[in-house]
Every structure is written in structure tokens, then in C-alpha cells.
Design a protein around this ligand. Structure first.
Ligand SMILES: Cc1cc2nc3c(=O)[nH]c(=O)nc-3n(C[C@H](O)[C@H](O)[C@H](O)COP(=O)(O)OP(=O)(O)OC[C@H]3O[C@@H](n4cnc5c(N)ncnc54)[C@H](O)[C@@H]3O)c2cc1C
Length: 439
């Protein structure tokens, strides 16, 4: 029986472990929690979602939805489990994160081909290994990887949103509605008047934020601090201009208040954290403000005057490797070809993308030479995510699923929806044909 080590039982590591074990490999899976925690994980379970509880849209006319469909065709293990743990969220695949993580942990711990070792790996050896330690890879291992790749880690900071207790929300003000009434009314909406909105923005602009963590600044001395653009803290967005938020995450279109039949000036949406809807996540409110400031400012949100915070937003490290410089085409390290990298650390961004990366690396390892990642057509999101990691790029940054990765259609289509439908149709047809060919 062939053997492999997998380091990190997050989203990528759990997918890879199940794939390889089901393919007959003997897997040794290392996870440092609960003995050593990351700044974001809360439990000892595998495949824990650390921030939002959503794998994003299921519609194949969205890039995230199309990637999930492609992953289904490729035989993904984690997504069918996510389906079983779904909570209502319109067209999005949002889940009860505890149930999901428990199910996966149970499956892995009881798998006859997987042995779990709850310990931190501090150095890589030459045995076949998948490193799937994520954006919060422990400091010791980060140092060792730096020594191996012989060049600097790129990295930057990211921020997460607060979660509030459902019972503390004022339902006389807050209303249920999904944008344009698509799907069930799964979101709660906090409606702002013009005055309320500008007061909120002004408070954000003037609020006190946390400084970068001392360890991070000392350890990664010569590297720029940057944010993921789509996880920019709300106070940073507020500082860009007083109307930035109401044209972005607080846009009110399609969210008319059913009580007044009027469109509010701006809206903050709340998304259920669990099936029981006892807790809600403040959509788009990722922040690095001090806790006291968060309490004060988020209680300015209409309907949240008495909000109880179950978790405050926070700032965290987000590490990734400079993939195009250090990877072989099979996503192993050029100067340690037995070491493969999967998940966010490898340069993909997002939950679904990290699961995909675990799936891809395990297919490369278990099905080579029959499966070569280049069989994934250029017209697929999966194929293009893979190619992105290897493409020369001076300012390499993690990538998430997006239609911009796909080559244009031969014909010009003005209607955006129709265009995406055609892109999705082409992708799925080509992927099925490509897989039929190799099977
Ligand atoms: C705070 C935060 C919020 C995020 N929010 C979102 C979001 O809302 N939506 C989204 O799509 N993406 C989000 N991301 C990005 C990303 O999709 C997730 O981090 C995702 O979990 C990455 O999957 P992964 O498998 O690469 O890593 P992880 O899921 O983080 O798994 C890595 C595992 O490796 C373990 N580990 C680390 N070092 C070692 C070691 N040396 N030895 C043994 N085990 C080790 C960790 O304990 C962890 O269990 C967020 C990231 C962070 C950090």
C-alpha cells in the first residue's frame, strides 16, 4: 500500500485525506489542534470553517457555483457532506459549520486507511507529503518552509466579521428578505436612513483599530502589509469615501422593506450562522477595530442597539506561497519534489477553492499518469485555477473562482446572464468530455 503524509486537517487536507484513503493509500494525517491553536479556529474538529459559514452560491451561472459543479464531476468528497449540513441561505450553500466539521472528523477518524496524529509538524522531511496547513500555518513550520523554498513568503493580513446573538436583535426594525426575493427570505436586513448611514460611516472613519500583531511584524520584517481586496475591513472601506459602503456591501437595491414598501438608504445584511438561527454573522463587516469600538459602532446599526456579540471581528495573518516561482507542474516544490502543497497556502483563496485544491492535488498524486491537471480544459474554472498557480506573475496573489479566468466565448453575447450560462454550459460539457477521454 502506498503511503502519504498530510499536514493540516483543514478543508484541503480533509478532502485530500479522504480522496487518497478511498483510492487505497495509507494516509497519516497530522493536525496540531487542539494542542496548538490557530488565531481563528475555535474547535478541535477537522474542516472547520473559520469565518463565514457559506461556500457561496450554488448557481452555475456564478463562478463559485460553476466550480462546485465541476468539483462534483471530479468526485469531491466534502461538498456532498456540506449539502447534508445546509442551512437556508437562498441560492448559497451555507452550512451548520459544527455539524459539518463533526461529520468530517468522524468520517476521517474512523477511516480504516487514515491514521490521525494530533501534533504540530515543525519540519518537512523527504517522504511523500501534502502540506495543507492553510493561511495560518504555524510559525515553526513557516520558518522551515522558508528555508526550503529559499525565498520570502508573501503574506498579508485579513479580517473577520462579528457574530451576534439572534435574541438580541430588534425584529420591529430588522426584516427578513433575500435580495430581489431570490430564494427563501434567509437574510435579516437592518435598514438605514440617510442620517443613520452617515453617522455610522463617520464613526467607522474615526474609530480606533488594532495594530498588527507584534509577532507578525517581527517575524516577517521586510514584507508589505496588504489586505485581500474582497475581505477589506469595513472601516477601511468607510475611509475610502462616505458613499463607498452604500454602493458596495451596504447597497440597498432589491431589499425594499416589506413593512414600508420603501427602499432604505443603505442596508446591513445578517446571515444565519446555524440551522437553529440563534446567531447571525454581519455580512461584509469584517473589521480590525478594537472590541470596545466594535460594540459601540455596530450598535449604531438600526435594530442592533442592544446586540449581544458572540464573537467580535478580528485581524489575522494570511500566508501563501509564491506559487509560480516554486511549484512544479504537479504542484510539488521544485527543490523538494516529494512535497506537494494544497489549500490556501498554495495560492488559492476561499473555502471552496481550498477544498478544490485538496481534491486536485490528491487526483494528481493518486491517478498519475492517467490524470494530468492539464486535462482540465481551459474553459473550466478548475482548469484555470490550476493554471493560474503556475503562470508567471510578478505580483502573485491568491485567486478565487471568477469568470475572468475563462477564455471568451467565440460569439459576443451582450446579455450578462446568458453569457454566464453559456460559459457554464461550455465548461461542463468540455470537462465531461475530457474526463470521458481519459477514463
Ligand atoms: C480568519 C480567516 C477567515 C476566513 N474567512 C473566509 C471566508 O469567510 N470565506 C472563505 O471562503 N474563505 C475564508 N478564509 C480563507 C480560506 O478559505 C480558509 O482559511 C480555508 O479554511 C483555507 O483552507 P485550508 O485547508 O487551506 O486551511 P485550513 O482550513 O486553515 O486548515 C489548515 C489546518 O492546518 C493546521 N495546521 C497549521 N499548521 C500546522 C502544523 N505545523 N502542523 C499540523 N497542523 C497544522 C491548522 O490547525 C488547520 O486545521 C478565511 C481565512 C482566515 C484565516
Amino acid at each position: 500500500m502506498k503511503k502519504i503524509k498530510i499536514i493540516g486537517a483543514g478543508l484541503a487536507g480533509s478532502e485530500a485525506a479522504l480522496q487518497l484513503a478511498d483510492a487505497g493509500w495509507k494516509v497519516e494525517l497530522f493536525e496540531m489542534r487542539p494542542h496548538k491553536r490557530t488565531p481563528a479556529h475555535q474547535t478541535e474538529y477537522f474542516a472547520e470553517l473559520v469565518c463565514s459559514n457559506s461556500f457561496k452560491s450554488k448557481l452555475i451561472t456564478t463562478a463559485a457555483g460553476l466550480l462546485k459543479k465541476e468539483m462534483e464531476i471530479l468526485g469531491c468528497k466534502l461538498l456532498p457532506i456540506a449539502e447534508k449540513c445546509r442551512v437556508p441561505a437562498g441560492n448559497a450553500l451555507a452550512i451548520d459549520r459544527k455539524l459539518f466539521a463533526e461529520k468530517i472528523t468522524d468520517l476521517i477518524e474512523n477511516h480504516p486507511h487514515i491514521s490521525v496524529r494530533r501534533e504540530e509538524v515543525v519540519a518537512l522531511d523527504d517522504e511523500p507529503t501534502i502540506v495543507a496547513t492553510g493561511p495560518l500555518t504555524s510559525e515553526n513550520l513557516t520558518r522551515n518552509i522558508l528555508e526550503i523554498i529559499g525565498e520570502k513568503h508573501l503574506y498579508f493580513f485579513d479580517a473577520i466579521a462579528p457574530i451576534v446573538d439572534a435574541e438580541s436583535l430588534d425584529r420591529n426594525i430588522i426584516y427578513e428578505k433575500t435580495r430581489y426575493d431570490k430564494g427563501e427570505a434567509d437574510y435579516l436586513n437592518c435598514p438605514f436612513t440617510k442620517e443613520e448611514y452617515y453617522r455610522f460611516v463617520e464613526s467607522l472613519q474615526n474609530a480606533e483599530k488594532h495594530k498588527a500583531h507584534e509577532f507578525e511584524t517581527q517575524f516577517f520584517q521586510n514584507i508589505d502589509f496588504r489586505f485581500y481586496e474582497n475581505c477589506t475591513p469595513i472601516e477601511e472601506l468607510a475611509r475610502r469615501g462616505k458613499d463607498t459602503l452604500r454602493f458596495g456591501v451596504m447597497r440597498p437595491v432589491g431589499l425594499e422593506n416589506p413593512k414600508t414598501q420603501k427602499r432604505p438608504f443603505a442596508v446591513i445584511q445578517l446571515r444565519a450562522e446555524n440551522k437553529e438561527k440563534t446567531a447571525y454573522n454581519l455580512v461584509g463587516c469584517q473589521t480590525m477595530l478594537k472590541y470596545g469600538e466594535q460594540k459601540k459602532i455596530f450598535r449604531l446599526i438600526p435594530g442592533m442597539e442592544k446586540a449581544e456579540f458572540l464573537r467580535f471581528g478580528s485581524i489575522h495573518r494570511n500566508s501563501y506561497l509564491n506559487a509560480p516561482h516554486i511549484f512544479n507542474p504537479d504542484l510539488s516544490l521544485k527543490n523538494k519534489p516529494n512535497i506537494f502543497v494544497a489549500g490556501q497556502l498554495s495560492g488559492v483563496e476561499g473555502y471552496t477553492e481550498s477544498v478544490f485544491s485538496g481534491l486536485l492535488v490528491s487526483l494528481i498524486i493518486s491517478q498519475s499518469p492517467k490524470f494530468n491537471p492539464n486535462v482540465l480544459p481551459q474553459s473550466t474554472i478548475s482548469g484555470q485555477l490550476y493554471r493560474y498557480l503556475l503562470k508567471e506573475n510578478k505580483n502573485f496573489q491568491p485567486v478565487n473562482a471568477n469568470f475572468g479566468l475563462l477564455p471568451p466565448l467565440p460569439e459576443k453575447i451582450k446579455d450578462k446572464k446568458l453569457k454566464k450560462a453559456k460559459l457554464a454550459e461550455r465548461s461542463l460539457e468540455n470537462l465531461k468530455a475530457a474526463l470521458n477521454k481519459i477514463n
